[in-house]
Design a protein around this ligand. Structure first.
Ligand code: G3P
Ligand code: CA
Length: 259
C-alpha cells in the first residue's frame, strides 16, 4: 500500500491476504493473519463490525452463524446479528472449529487484539469497515483504536477501506494521514471527485479492465483487485498493472511473484 515499508521494498504487486490466509485457516482470526505472514503476504485484510456494547470485533458476515458456534451457545438470540451480542457473549464463541484443522482455540478477535498480535509482524493492514450504516459512530471508534496503537499509524502501515464511500470521506476527516480505499467500481464520472479524499479504488477482479486501471492511475490513485485465487486470474491482473492483489491464497501469489 502507498507507504507501507514492506510494500515499498517489494517493488512489485502487493500481496494482500483476504481475511488472513483464509483458504487454509478460519477467516478474520489471529491464526489466519499469522499464517498469512508465514506465507509471504505483505498485508492482511480484515473486516470490522461492532458489538451491542460498541466494541470493535472482526467479522465478515452480518451474523455470527457461519463462522462461529453461536447458534449452539445462544439458541435464543436468533438471528445472531453481530450487533445484538455483547463482547462478553461473543468472547465465549468458538471461531475456529467450523474449519478443519487445529483451530479449536480461535476466538473472534477485537480490532485491538489483532493490532497488538500483529504489531511485530512487519505486515501492513487493509482494514475494511463493514456496513458502517449499521453502526453509527464506528468511524470515530476505529480512529480512536488506531490512535491507541500508534505504531501502526507512525509506520504508515494501515489503509482503511469500505463499500460505503460516505463513511470513508468521514474517516478521512478524522485521520487525514491514513490512506483511504474505496471498494467497488466507481464510474468515470465519479472518479475525479472521489480522488479528493481516496488513495485507492479496489474493484472486484472479474470485471476489471486495463483501461480502468489506467484511468485510476491517471488520477493518482492505486488499484487493489479482489479476490483472485487462481494463477490465471492473478496473471491477468499483473498484466493490467494493478498495485495489489487481494487473495485467500497468499502462498500461491507469493510463488507466482517470486517464480
Ligand atoms: O478487500 C476486498 C473484499 O474483502 C471485499 O469484499 O465481501 O470479502 O469483504 P468482502
Ligand atoms: Ca473484506
Amino acid at each position: 500500500l502507498l507507504t507501507t515499508p514492506a510494500v515499498a521494498a517489494a517493488d512489485s504487486v502487493v500481496n494482500i491476504a483476504h481475511r488472513g490466509a483464509s483458504a487454509y485457516a478460519p477467516e478474520n482470526t489471529i491464526a489466519a493473519f499469522e499464517l498469512a505472514a508465514s506465507m509471504g503476504a505483505d498485508v492482511f485484510e480484515l473486516d470490522v463490525q461492532e458489538t451491542k456494547d460498541h466494541e470493535l470485533v472482526l467479522m465478515h458476515d452480518a451474523t455470527l452463524s457461519r463462522t462461529t458456534d453461536v447458534e449452539r451457545v445462544y439458541p435464543a438470540l436468533a438471528p445472531w446479528n453481530v450487533g445484538d451480542l455483547t463482547l462478553a457473549q461473543i468472547r465465549r464463541l468458538d471461531a475456529g472449529s467450523w474449519r478443519s484443522g487445529d483451530y479449536d482455540d480461535e476466538r473472534v478477535p477485537t480490532l485491538g487484539e489483532a493490532l497488538r498480535a500483529m504489531s511485530g509482524s512487519g505486515l501492513g493492514l487493509l482494514l475494511e469497515v463493514k456496513e458502517p450504516e449499521r453502526y453509527p459512530g464506528i468511524e470515530a471508534r476505529i480512529a480512536a483504536e488506531l490512535r491507541r496503537n500508534p505504531g501502526w499509524l507512525a509506520g504508515s502501515r494501515v489503509v482503511v477501506q469500505s463499500f460505503d464511500w460516505g463513511s470513508m470521506r468521514e474517516f478521512h476527516g478524522l485521520l487525514p494521514d491514513v490512506p483511504i480505499g474505496l471498494l467497488g467500481t466507481p464510474s468515470a464520472a465519479e472518479l475525479p471527485g472521489l480522488a479528493d479524499f481516496a488513495d485507492q479504488i479496489n474493484p472486484p477482479h472479474a470485471s476489471l479492465t486495463a483501461a480502468y486501471v489506467r484511468r485510476v492511475h491517471g488520477l493518482g490513485m492505486e488499484v487493489l483487485a479482489w479476490t483472485a485465487d487462481t494463477p490465471d486470474a492473478m496473471r491477468r491482473l499483473l498484466g493490467y498493472d494493478v498495485d495489489g492483489i487481494i487473495t485467500n491464497r497468499p502462498d500461491l501469489l507469493d510463488d507466482l511473484l517470486s517464480g
